[in-house]
Design a protein around this ligand. Structure first.
Ligand SMILES: Cc1cc2nc3c(=O)[nH]c(=O)nc-3n(C[C@H](O)[C@H](O)[C@H](O)COP(=O)(O)OP(=O)(O)OC[C@H]3O[C@@H](n4cnc5c(N)ncnc54)[C@H](O)[C@@H]3O)c2cc1C
Length: 634
């Protein structure tokens, strides 16, 4: 077929979610990728989630994306993170099998209605006066072949580290996007021609070492925490599907640092070979030795990459040193004294596109119908890429079907925070999500992503009936459960019983929801108080033990944090007011009387979609917002 509604270029973590979302919405979707056997490939670590990344991955799941479901089906390890802190930062970090995860994605893609996956290289995007019209495709291994034109109303580019990719290991350079994948050039030329500012970014990965060559006896073992999962809301069957694997912790030492420092001139990064800007929050090991010179050691985690292989990912040791320097440095680390390297770490630099040239739906301001998502936009990480993929996929589908775009506000998701940061503030180095980036993070918790986003997905027909039914049941169970607890009360006469159950006496009548505000009071306490089994959404009610557990968790969290949540909801409503004021697309800022020249210049070039977005453009004066609103309202 040579006509589609939406074409997605790339089947990495952004491309997968973009194509799946568009196909879920019933649009004829084509996903073009250089290698079909690398759909869902994990070129770096084997982890999904972790601080803030876990929040995004959970949100992708709540939007009926694939990342969470694939994680549960290919899981090798899972642990809670942030447990010492409040619910706003708590999430999970999972490890997946790097063979099974892409295979699961490939099988899922193969049976997704409305979706065709084609192997090939997109050389360029075609356009006319109204916007994109399609793409030109050649065989992956022959960019000089006669291209085939495929028509579409929307095109989503998710090319990752592929544009002008250049890999570095010491002084060795390889023109490639990553180990085992070719670099591409045509699309970089196309983007430059339409006026996109391309810049060089860099990322890096660690050596892989042989498990059997590691002395694990002296290392701290980190066992999995099976009850930290499942990752996906719709994983109601037994969990985990297989017994989980541990990982191990060790540390670099001064000998490691000395060896790296002595050979710094051989590092591609420090010898000036690499022009690309690297990630501030995910530094290479040589970067850590230089930037944190006062530290004697840095943590190293040894993570099993696959179920059935010896390959160990040395988390915390990303590097672009020559292989022999890497090996010698590794052998200074406890447990790795006799380690054998399967393959060295390396760095890759690539072209990324300035995200400030995109609007809040990730559509290019330079070409209607063209969307960009993932590492191409200057982010780093599977989760960040997947989050953008959903946004771009949904909006590319809405564009192709002449429907209103969907904006994800900052106060409703980390995905909204990320997209707004990218298109409003831009990026100086690879953008990694941090919980501190969200001003309303108590509202954007790992546990309540479905409450915030599943209805959003349902409204644009991007949410399956299975997921919707589960959410509806959960929502009703939370409401009914809260009413039930508010209807039950405890009186001072029962204080002795309360004392026996490990909480303090009461002076006035309390309902059970108020009692639950006490950290030490649990549902077990309440069940014992009245000798009554509480079942909100268990199997007897057509739900599952997992669903009932989630309902309990939600009610307890709301009981404890109700006050704080209400404060943040009021603050969010305040900032939402400005985000609800749309700025006309053709507004002429030069005509706005009383606005500062700096704001006129910045807003005129950046062209924000809402007053809220305008207020976040750096250098724009808050006083100018009142003037802008006055002008819009006329
Ligand atoms: C060496 C390395 C180290 C990394 N280290 C880290 C790290 O430490 N921490 C971290 O968070 N993230 C790291 N990452 C980044 C992480 O892998 C990416 O963030 C993530 O894979 C981005 O997903 P994506 O979908 O944007 O792009 P990718 O996963 O790169 O997928 C790009 C897709 O586009 C396709 N494609 C590209 N050009 C064309 C074309 N012209 N025609 C057809 N198909 C095309 C490719 O075939 C591929 O399917 C690293 C990546 C690499 C390569």
């Amino acid at each position: 077929m040579s006509r589609f509604d939406v074409i997605v270029v790339g089947a990495g973590h952004a491309g997968i979610e973009a194509a799946a979302a568009s196909a879920r919405m019933g649009l004829r979707t084509l996903c073009v990728t250089l290698r079909k056997d690398r759909v869902g490939h994990l070129p770096c670590n084997c982890s999904i989630g972790g601080p803030a990344k876990g929040h995004i991955a959970r949100e992708v799941d709540a939007l009926d994306g694939l990342m969470g479901v694939a994680t549960d089906h290919t899981l090798t390890h899972i642990r809670r993170v942030g447990t010492g802190k409040g619910p706003a930062v708590q999430t999970v970090r999972a490890h997946v099998c790097k063979t099974m995860y892409p295979r699961w994605m490939q099988e899922r893609f193969a049976k997704t209605p409305n979706l065709e996956v084609r192997e090939g290289q997109v050389l360029t995007v075609t356009k006319d006066a109204n916007g994109v019209t399609g793409v030109m495709i050649v065989p992956s291994d022959n960019p000089f072949a006669d291209p085939v034109w495929v028509e579409a109303r929307s095109v989503v580019l998710t090319t990752g580290t592929f544009l002008n990719g250049l890999c570095h290991e010491g002084q060795n350079k390889t023109v490639a996007a990553r180990s085992g994948d070719q670099a591409v050039f045509g699309l970089a030329t196309f983007l430059t021609e339409i006026g996109v500012n391309l810049r060089r970014f860099k990322t890096g990965t660690t050596p892989r070492v042989k498990k059997s060559s590691i002395n694990l006896t002296n290392l701290e073992t980190q066992e999995s925490e099976p009850d930290a999962g499942p990752f996906s809301y719709i994983h109601d069957q037994s969990f985990p599907l297989r017994e989980l694997l541990p990982c191990w912790q060790t540390h670099t030492c001064t000998a490691t640092h000395d060896h790296l420092r002595e050979n710094l001139h051989l590092s591609a990064m420090y010898s000036g070979e690499i022009r690309g800007v690297g990630p501030r929050y995910c530094p290479s090991v040589e970067d850590k030795v230089v930037r944190f010179a006062g530290k004697d050691s840095h943590p190293i985690f040894l993570e099993q990459e696959e179920w059935d292989s010896e390959s160990i990912y040395v988390q915390g040791f990303s590097t672009s040193m020559p292989a022999e320097v890497q090996l010698d440095a590794l052998r200074t680390i406890v447990g790795l004294e006799n380690v054998e390297m399967i393959r060295p770490g390396y760095a890759v630099e690539y072209d990324m596109a300035d995200p400030m040239q995109l609007d809040a739906t990730l559509q290019s301001k330079l070409l209607p119908g063209l969307y960009l998502a993932g590492q191409l936009n200057g982010t780093s990480g599977y989760e960040e890429a997947a989050g953008q993929g959903v946004v771009a996929g949904i909006n590319a589908a809405l564009h192709a079907s002449d429907q209103e775009p969907l904006i994800f506000p900052r106060d409703n998701s980390f995905i909204g925070v990320m997209v707004d940061d990218l298109v409003t503030k831009g990026v100086e180095d690879p953008y990694r999500m941090l919980t501190a980036r969200a001003e309303h993070r108590l509202l954007l918790r790992h546990d309540n992503a479905d409450a915030r986003l599943t209805e959003v997905a349902r409204e644009v027909v991007a949410c399956s009936d299975q997921r919707w039914a589960r959410w509806e049941m959960k929502r009703e169970a939370i409401a009914a459960g809260t009413d039930f607890l508010m209807g039950k009360s405890v009186v001072p006469l029962q204080s002795e019983r309360l004392g026996e159950l490990g909480t303090t006496v009461i002076k006035n009548r309390l309902n059970w929801f108020e009692l639950l505000r006490r950290a030490e009071v649990t549902f077990d306490t309440l069940e014992e108080l009245d000798d009554e089994k509480i079942d909100f959404a268990g199997p007897l009610r057509g739900g599952s033990a997992q669903l009932d557990q989630e309902v309990r968790e939600q009610i307890k969290l709301r009981a404890i944090y109700e006050g704080y949540i209400q404060i943040q909801e009021r603050q969010a409503a305040q900032s939402r007011k400005l985000d609800d004021i749309r700025i006309p697309a053709d507004l002429d800022y030069d005509l706005i009387r009383g606005m500062s020249y700096e704001s006129i210049d910045k807003l005129g070039r950046m062209r924000p979609m809402t007053v809220g977005q305008a207020s976040r453009v750096s250098g724009v004066r808050p006083t100018d917002m009142a003037i802008l609103i006055g002008h819009i309202r006329g």
